[in-house]
Design a protein around this ligand. Structure first.
Ligand code: NAD
Ligand code: UGA
Length: 459
């Protein structure tokens, strides 16, 4: 079969895989290939044992794999064939040198730029899908221009991704918006239109937003900063609620029902995790400082300060309420993923909390429906007193406390009478997600401590 265009995506991760699967499904006339430097990952994409867990993803992949969706490690050949190249490689926080712990580490990104240059023999549109510092396109264009002996046109377009893990397929199919940033030149506008044509297969025109390339790059960082800011705002208020006997869920409802504020992203928690909120805010803070905007940088850094404070005060509450010692006490940890419906544990608050509990010499039994494989990796080397168990009832046997760190709905429907009978007494529950019916638990006999609520003590 001949295809209208060849789309390539470099980076077969949480963004590249699902995004390209949906594009391939919705655009059968395009040939879509996803490449990665990690052969094991590519092999898993070619099987039904996908490298990431994402509800609905396998169904979409199965619909189009080998039809117009391909996974490969042959990066040079695929670059040569491609008309449009999405780059969705990782852009983590730098861990060394200038900008250490703040700036985005662009080494993977830059390597792909040189590879695109090296293997391109015809004009290309290069799409920034990764989240990048504002004005990255300028760097990319300089690299392309300075090395363009072949005289080909490489047009850079920004098209950041807004999907959230656990709901990626729905977010891609029913996106609030698709953002396309390009230069205000005829070739820039034409490239933006070509990218918009892909999304027009399933997105209505009014949801496609065209902006300058710089606005598009910066909008992505700002969107994540705003979302994270809401969580830190409600978490800060949760601390005040615990002092005043106000209830943070009642406050979220009262405040969020103002249509100007809205009710989403107001769930107080043990702190936000995930691979992006922290990294993107750190990057925003770094960029502001580079431009001498100290006050602006400090303002956004406050969002991270509250997030760290939230994690810290949660673990301190566990120590304090369990009579100031955790030595040899078994604690069942319910959830290790950074949120429900994913196996991803990157920057999960569970990592910090479990490390702190282990420093207190507690014995942990961690249970999670999807994240045990990653939990094992995250705690490798410090896991002498940790067991990883599939069954929550096994995790709670002889435990003195349950610590809820991920809002998996299945934790809500467990038999807490049975759980109580399996535990040592007094039994504690620390609900870091306001997931459980706390009053019911107190009636069973638990001492219940939840974020932003007054403690419910049975003893
Ligand atoms: P990821 O780590 O899951 O995937 C990135 C992939 O790129 C990896 O498989 C890695 O092996 C591959 N890679 C790195 N260098 C390469 C190279 N030179 N050639 C080929 N492959 C290479 O990362 P992710 O979560 O998919 O995030 C990718 C980007 O998208 C980041 O900038 C992130 O901020 C952004 N983003 C992520 C999400 C999310 O939910 N995870 C959502 C929106 C945006
Ligand atoms: C987030 C954004 O929601 C996406 O739009 C964005 O594309 C993505 O980051 C990214 O750039 O990587 P994600 O991190 O997958 O998506 O998940 P979220 O649903 O945003 O949750 C992030 C964290 O905040 C989780 O730990 C979650 O438990 C926590 N959270 C979320 C709360 O504590 N309270 C809330 O009310 C909402």
């Amino acid at each position: 079969m001949t295809f209208k265009k060849n789309i390539l995506c470099i980076g077969a991760g949480y963004v590249g895989g699902p995004t390209m699967a949906v594009i391939a499904w919705k655009c059968p006339e395009y040939r879509v290939t996803v490449v990665d430097i990690d052969p094991e990952k590519i092999e898993r994409w070619q099987s039904d044992n996908l490298p990431i867990f994402e509800p609905g993803l396998l169904d979409v992949v199965r619909k189009c794999r080998s039809r117009n969706l391909f996974f490969s490690t042959k990066i040079p050949e695929e670059i040569e064939k491609a008309d449009i190249i999405f780059v969705s490689v990782n852009t983590p926080t730098k861990t060394f040198g200038e900008g250490k712990d703040y700036a985005a580490d662009l080494q993977y990104w830059e390597k792909t730029a040189y590879e695109i240059l090296k293997y391109s023999k015809s004009d290309k549109i290069v799409v920034e899908k990764s989240t990048l510092p504002v004005r990255t396109a300028e760097t990319l264009e300089k690299i392309f221009k300075a090395n363009n002996q072949k005289n080909i046109n490489i047009e850079v377009v920004s098209n950041p991704e807004f999907l959230a893990e656990g709901t990626a397929i729905r977010d891609l199919l029913e996106a609030d918006r698709v953002l396309i940033g390009s230069h205000n030149t005829p070739s820039g506008q034409q490239a933006a239109e070509e990218i918009a044509d892909i999304y027009r297969h399933w997105m209505s025109e009014e949801r496609i937003i065209f902006t300058s390339i710089w606005s598009s790059e910066l909008s992505k960082l700002v969107a994540n900063a705003f979302l994270a800011q809401r969580i830190s705002s409600i978490n800060a208020i949760a601390a005040l609620c615990e002092k005043t006997e106000a209830n943070v869920q009642e406050i979220a409802r009262a405040v969020g029902s103002d249509s100007r504020i809205g009710d989403k992203f107001l769930n107080a928690s043990v702190g936000f995790g995930g691979s992006c909120f922290q990294k993107d805010i750190l990057n925003l803070v770094y960029i502001c400082r580079q431009y001498g905007l100290e006050e602006v940088a400090d303002y956004w850094e406050g969002v991270l300060r509250i997030n760290n404070y939230q994690k810290e005060r949660f673990y301190k509450m566990i120590v304090r309420e369990m009579f100031s010692t955790l030595v040899d006490k078994k604690i069942a940890v319910f959830g290790f993923a950074f949120k429900a419906n994913t196996g991803d544990t990157r920057e999960s608050p569970a990592i910090y909390i479990c490390k702190k509990l282990l420093e207190e010499k507690a014995v942990l039994a961690i249970t999670d429906p999807k994240a045990l494989e990653n939990a094992r990796k995250d705690l490798a080397g410090i896991d002498r007193n940790v067991s990883f168990v599939e069954d929550p009832y096994t995790a709670v046997a002889e435990a003195q406390a349950i610590v809820v760190l991920t809002e998996w709905p299945e934790f809500r429907s467990l038999d807490y009478h049975r759980i109580y009978s399996l535990m040592k007494k007094p039994a504690f529950i620390f609900d870091g997600r306001n997931l459980l019916n706390q009053e019911e638990l107190r009636q069973i006999g638990f001492n219940v401590f939840a974020i932003g609520k007054k403690p419910l003590r049975a003893i």
